[in-house]
Design a protein around this ligand. Structure first.
Ligand code: UDP
Length: 413
């Protein structure tokens, strides 16, 4: 894992913010923290953990990141949990429960000593949630960090998961709307981006141009981009439909770029559908990127006239934050965490249909002044709300709260 220092962020957020974080973290010096998720690459959770873990270490907490190992059947099962929790039809059979529990239990054999001794264990999403049942002798505080929209879940899947989540000392959601009825404190912490990572740092214009040339993208034409795993919730076909409606009247190009995540077994099937739909189109670029294509994604976002994130469900949508940080107006699906970021008519537009997306794309392509103003507002909004220093402060505050009996005080209140 890269070693990072919080001091590098001084130029972005100011010295006072860094000093405050160090002061807060001082009270947690040496605390053992373990994060667990189900993939080291691909998707927003891995993106966040790749900077959160080194920076917590830099702040003096003894922090590590563990990943659940599993076979295809386990990942099909957890993808079904994921789909069902976000409201899609999804099965939950006894066989699936057995595969899930057996896989997590096998991982627990390896992880138990570390988890049992940790002061804080942060379990990300449903994939590792069963670990808590495998560690009855736990010493520290356990928090379930939910990154997805569980506001309208499939009831059978939620009932099963709720029994596990209820064992945790607290749970975290990205927005208030996602919290559930549970007998423990539920906290709201929005995700954030690392402004200095390869994904978000400034890039020389030469690199951006070379990236477009590499894919045969015409630098003179407006570029519309959606970066996402190939996942039905991201609605790539809806994006192509919006582009089709638009392209009769305006010359532009569309890029749909993404790759897979180790814990997402459906990506290839969705990519095939998307490629099939775009076959023969010279103005649509479907880019299947490797997991480490961070600078390529950065360049594509920076080269874009407008960034699209037309999700049908979205826990948060880091791709929206990334685009806004690059001063791009975003046309986003009117769902979940996108609503926290895209403020209609200010930082972009919220849309419900491909037709709505096409209408707003046309508006922004025809009015570059408006697109520029929205992009600048978007950048300011991210600077205040969605950079990693705010995120770190909220984690530290939560840990201090838990150490001082946050649960009993909140529940007594
Ligand atoms: N991402 C990436 N490569 C890809 C597709 C996505 O690195 O091919 C990154 C993207 O830039 C963002 C994260 O993965 O940082 C996706 O997070 P988001 O919250 O948008 O969606 P999720 O995939 O977690 O549902």
């Amino acid at each position: 894992m890269v070693s990072m220092s919080l001091d590098s962020y001084e130029d972005v957020v100011g010295q006072v913010v860094i000093a405050q974080l160090r002061k807060l973290a001082h009270q947690l010096a040496g605390a053992r923290v373990v994060h667990v998720n189900s993939t080291r690459e691909g998707g927003g959770v891995a993106e966040i953990l790749s900077w959160l873990v080194p920076l917590m270490n830099d702040l003096g907490l003894d922090t590590s990141w563990e990943v659940i190992d599993g076979h295809a059947e386990y990942f099909h099962t957890t993808k079904s949990f994921h789909n069902g929790l976000q409201g899609s039809p999804a099965a939950l059979t006894d066989r699936m429960i057995k595969v899930y529990e057996d896989t997590v239990s096998a991982n627990a054999e390896r992880l138990r000593p570390k988890l049992s001794e940790a002061d804080f264990v942060i379990i990300h999403d449903p994939q590792p949630a069963f670990l808590i049942k495998c560690c009855p002798e736990r010493k520290g505080r356990w928090v379930w960090r939910c990154h997805i929209d569980v506001s309208r879940p499939n009831h059978r899947i939620w009932r099963y998961l709720k029994d596990l989540v209820s064992l945790y000392d607290a749970s975290i959601y990205s927005m208030p709307h996602f919290a559930r009825r549970l007998d423990h404190p539920q906290l709201i912490i929005a995700p954030s981006i690392d402004p200095l990572s390869d994904k978000n740092c400034e890039l020389p214009q030469g690199y951006i141009d070379a990236t477009l040339d590499r894919f045969g993208i015409d630098r003179r034409l407006p570029l519309l981009t959606q970066i996402s795993r190939f996942d039905r919730f991201k609605d790539p076909l809806g994006v192509i439909r919006a582009f089709d409606i638009l392209s009769g009247s305006l010359d532009a190009q569309l890029v749909l770029a993404g790759g897979g995540a180790d814990d997402d077994p459906e990506g290839q099937a969705v990519l095939n559908e998307v490629q099939e739909t775009a076959r023969g189109r010279e103005d649509i670029f479907i880019l299947d990127l490797p997991p480490d294509a961070h600078r390529t994604i950065n360049a594509l976002q920076r080269a874009s006239t407008v960034v699209i994130q037309k999700s049908l469900q979205e826990g948060f949508g880091l791709t929206v934050t990334e685009a806004m940080w690059k001063s791009k107006p975003v046309i986003g699906g009117n769902v979940g965490g996108i609503r926290l970021q895209v403020h209609n008519h200010h930082t972009g537009f919220l849309v419900d249909t491909p037709e709505g997306a096409a209408l707003r794309l046309r508006e922004l392509l025809r009015q570059p002044g408006k697109a520029g103003r929205m992009g600048r507002t978007a950048r300011e909004f991210v600077t205040v709300n969605f950079l990693l220093t705010r995120h770190l402060r909220e984690y530290l505050t939560l840990m201090l709260g838990l150490r001082h009996g946050l649960e009993s005080r909140l529940l007594a209140g």
